[in-house]
Write a protein that binds this ligand. Structure first.
Ligand SMILES: Cc1cc2nc3c(=O)[nH]c(=O)nc-3n(C[C@H](O)[C@H](O)[C@H](O)COP(=O)(O)OP(=O)(O)OC[C@H]3O[C@@H](n4cnc5c(N)ncnc54)[C@H](O)[C@@H]3O)c2cc1C
Length: 415
């Protein structure tokens, strides 16, 4: 049997970053996953590290958009009808959290974490030798119509108020940045302070390798074997059992598998999302991710090809894939950029772990000594992994945290 100070369960970008920050603070840490680091949700994202996210994704406020989704005509969203009763309470809470004043409140509460996002990644990349994956040229949001662009005015104003770099551009000026985009959009916003990565899996692996270089132990095992072996917590791994005084649960969308049996029920839902890589035709190329705002998909240049990522699908986490959105999206995507053949036989499916108030849970688990939670990062887990790692490592080692952690506490659900 091994003994460490901390066991971190889940080696996605969140758990790996936490393990690395704890190791940097001199603690002995075991990082446990049933697979390799970064192979879960963290494998398949769009690769955008957003120091500049202002308003979270919101419930559609206009009836036309809602109707299109209901009729399964929307490229940006899909749902499984038989799952709707299960997710209805969550959707009601999400809708309430999407009121304009709540969006501003969420933006303010999340700001301290987002403000550290790029800097923490840059610091980890430098020490992990992973800088080659980072692109420091921002990302582009494209608007085909005047109306959808005008709808961004409030966000742009709020961003400028917060001092967040954004450059509204007419279509041609945006095409000067990305000449392979076809002129099917009229407006764009260049969020120039964001960075993006060319291979999210390789990034998490690089952080895991740095963790190992600092003496951290990576193990294969099932997190659901966690139990109390007083006075410690114990887990069984392929390399034997491990005991620790503290455990961090960073299992992303799988966190409830462990927490529910422990009696900790927090209202997590998943927004499933797909990606598929395509070869570019001819000399077409992208140098940064782009969002087609009206159609709700992104194109991101990755080492594997141009990664097309989809918006939300409301369905049970483990239900079989239904990648119908590709059929709805591809005409618009091909109109925008010269996408060629798919690079793999089938799309990848992941599940964004989301709380309805668009805030993660970071901090102590209610009522369980030595148990810590770090999950529910929704659309922004890649972005927020390292900032979360630093915050929770500071909390666990009694250092003044770099920001007030109370907005991210699980206590907000305890009433
Ligand atoms: C299509 C799509 C696009 C996205 N784009 C972006 C983006 O551009 N920028 C951004 O910031 N975020 C983006 N996200 C969100 C981001 O990918 C997630 O928020 C993030 O990956 C969550 O990380 P995590 O470490 O919490 O979870 P995960 O990466 O899922 O890690 C959890 C780990 O737990 C392990 N695990 C689960 N169960 C067990 C068990 N029983 N025993 C042991 N191990 C277990 C899994 O193997 C996994 O490795 C996107 C997500 C999707 C789906």
């Amino acid at each position: 049997m091994a003994r460490t100070d901390v066991i971190v369960l889940g080696a996605g970008i969140v758990g790996t970053s936490i393990a690395l920050y704890l190791a940097k603070r001199g603690l002995s840490v075991a990082l446990v996953d049933r697979g390799g680091p970064g192979e879960g949700t963290s494998y398949g994202n769009t690769g955008i590290i957003e120091g500049n996210t202002i308003f979270p994704q919101a419930f559609p406020s206009d009836w036309t958009a809602l109707l299109r989704i209901a009729l399964k005509r929307a490229p940006e969203a899909n749902y499984h009808l038989k799952f709707l009763p299960t997710v209805a309470p969550w959707l009601a809470a999400f809708r309430a959290a999407s009121r304009p004043e709540r969006l501003v409140e969420t933006a303010q509460l999340m700001r301290p974490l987002f403000a550290r996002a790029v800097a923490e990644h840059e610091a980890l990349c430098a020490e992990a030798g992973a800088e080659r994956y980072l692109r420091r040229n921002g990302w582009l949001k494209l608007y085909r119509g005047d109306k959808s662009f005008a709808g961004q005015a409030r966000e742009l104003e709020f961003a400028s108020h917060l001092g967040i770099a954004n450059v509204p551009l007419e279509g041609e000026a945006a095409r000067a940045l990305e000449p392979s985009l076809n002129p099917v959009f009229r407006h764009a916003v260049h969020w120039s302070g964001a960075v993006s990565v060319s291979n999210p899996l390789a990034l998490t692996r690089a952080y895991a390798a740095r963790f190992a270089a600092l003496g951290g132990i990576s193990l294969n095992g099932d997190a659901r074997t966690l139990h109390r072996a007083a006075p410690h917590w114990r887990i069984y791994s392929a390399g034997g059992s491990v005991d620790a005084g503290d455990v961090v649960i960073a299992l992303g969308p799988w966190a409830p598998d462990l927490l529910t049996p422990l009696g900790i029920k927090l209202p997590l839902a998943v927004k499933r999302g797909y990606h598929r890589h395509y070869r570019a035709r001819g000399n077409a190329a992208l140098s940064r991710p782009v969002l087609d705002a009206e159609n709700g998909y992104c194109l991101a240049p990755m080492e594997q090809g141009i990664r097309l990522t989809t918006g939300a699908e409301f369905a049970a986490r483990d239900a079989p894939p239904t990648p119908v959105q590709f059929r709805r999206l591809l005409p618009a995507a091909r109109e925008l950029f010269a996408l060629g053949e798919p690079a793999e036989p089938a799309p990848w499916l992941g599940a964004r772990p989301c709380f309805a108030d668009s805030r993660p849970v970071i901090g102590r688990a209610p009522g369980s000594r030595g148990l810590w939670l770090a999950y529910g990062h929704g659309h922004w887990g890649l972005t927020l992994g390292p900032a979360t790692g630093r915050l929770i490592a500071e909390m666990m080692t009694g250092t003044a945290p770099f920001c007030d952690p109370r907005p991210y506490s699980a206590d907000r659900f305890m009433h």
